[in-house]
Ligand binder design. Structure first.
Ligand code: AMP
Length: 126
């Protein structure tokens, strides 16, 4: 069933193309559920994106359509990536933009992982 407020998944979005290997990425992690790679325009010393392999647009789309195994596998991967980057002790932030008001640019569900410095206030107004 479609998720209210969402259109169709665009299989040519940049992350779908990264998953297919059509666009290069600096991968830091991959398994059957998730792929993680450095953001092309980092906003912190460490800025990594973690994406599920499946075609999901938003968190609601992901949690509505993915299997429990995919959901668990994905969020486990986010935690593993943070640990593999040695961010658990200094700390880090995860963030996910959904839709227009949040400024989501790429319509494939993804979690940003920021670290490597004091990250300051949570929301910056602009
Ligand atoms: P969002 O605004 O939450 O959709 O974030 C999209 C993110 O994808 C931005 O931080 C971009 O810098 C990043 N991005 C766009 N194209 C690429 C790419 N080819 N490789 C890595 N990151 C990308």
């Amino acid at each position: 069933m479609p998720v209210k407020g969402l259109g169709e998944y665009d299989s040519n979005n940049v992350f779908a193309r990264i998953l297919r290997g059509e666009i290069p990425s600096r991968r830091v992690f991959e398994n059957e559920f998730a792929v993680a790679f450095h953001d092309i325009a980092p906003q912190a010393p460490i800025h990594v994106l973690v994406i599920p392999r499946g075609p999901y647009i938003s968190l609601a789309d992901f949690t509505a359509k993915a299997s429990a195994e995919e959901i668990t596998g994905f969020f486990r991967a986010v935690g593993e990536v943070a640990q593999s980057l040695d961010l658990e002790a200094p700390g880090y932030r995860i963030l996910a933009n959904m839709g227009e008001d949040a400024g989501q640019e790429v319509p494939h569900f993804h979690v940003h992982l920021f670290g490597g410095r004091r990250l300051g206030v949570m929301l910056v107004h602009s």
